[in-house]
Design a protein around this ligand. Structure first.
Ligand SMILES: C[S@@+](CC[C@H](N)C(=O)[O-])C[C@H]1O[C@@H](n2cnc3c(N)ncnc32)[C@H](O)[C@@H]1O
Length: 224
């Protein structure tokens, strides 16, 4: 650790986390109900942290985004925040392979009326992104959120980068991967894939970069 690093992230106790959520998360009732329903899934930890929702929405608003792509819908929580920040004519293409998870997503997209802005593509995400590219979407996407199978993160990154317009943004979730990326003893395929992408992104001159130690690590890459 460099002696120049005076400021460290504030240690996150349960009490402080509750405080941060109570003053930082303006969560509509249906969004909260979706989190509650997802809490019964064994894979519930796949959902983004609630405080990431308004952050994603803020990014969408700052970009003035109209056309977004999400890789990994799960039960639809991140989609709600992204689509909720889009203008009426905005569109979110959401990729997933699970009928079971996305049945819950569809239910809440409809309850919130955001279903009109969200198009679910049930197929391997690399195929969906390739289809978008083949269909002429290269250079047209404003914002992409990558949050699916980690082994394919680099494939998603490369495809999303082609889809983005200059000045468009990719947000990549779980880039700190529960700390495993910084532990040389951990070398399972997911950790290795995220570690390799982090290294590649650091040297990637095609993007401006910010790796936020936020939730499980959120990397922002803006296309130059
Ligand atoms: C971490 S979860 C996404 C969480 C979601 N963003 C949220 O806020 O709740 C990852 C999702 O990726 C999906 N997935 C896994 N492999 C995939 C693939 N090859 N193509 C598309 N989706 C995939 C899983 O079905 C799962 O729903």
């Amino acid at each position: 650790m460099s002696s120049l690093n005076f400021v460290r992230p504030t240690p996150m106790t349960d009490t402080l986390y509750e405080y941060a959520l109570s003053f930082g998360l303006r969560e509509p009732d249906h969004f909260r109900a979706l989190r509650s329903e997802t809490s019964h899934f064994t894979n519930r930890e796949m959902q983004i942290a609630p405080e990431q929702g308004p952050f994603l929405a803020m990014l969408v608003r700052l970009l003035g985004a109209k056309y977004c792509v999400e890789v990994g819908a799960f039960t639809g929580y991140s989609s709600l925040w992204i689509a909720g920040a889009l203008p009426p004519e905005g569109k979110l293409i959401s990729c997933d392979i699970s009928e079971e998870y996305t049945a819950v997503a569809r239910k809440y997209w409809k309850l919130t009326g955001l279903d009109a802005k969200i198009e679910l593509r049930l197929a391997p995400a690399a195929d969906t992104l390739d289809a978008l590219l083949a269909g002429g979407a290269a250079g047209r996407v404003d914002f992409a959120f990558i949050d699916a199978d980690k082994a394919n993160y680099d494939a998603y990154y490369e495809r999303c980068l082609k889809l983005l317009r200059a000045g468009g943004l990719i947000a990549i979730d779980n880039t700190l991967w529960d700390g495993k990326v910084a532990d040389p003893q951990v070398n399972d395929p997911d950790t290795v894939a995220i570690r390799a992408l982090n290294k590649k992104l650091y040297a990637d001159e095609r993007v401006s970069l910010s790796l936020l130690p936020f939730a499980d690590g959120l990397t922002l890459a803006m296309k130059r």
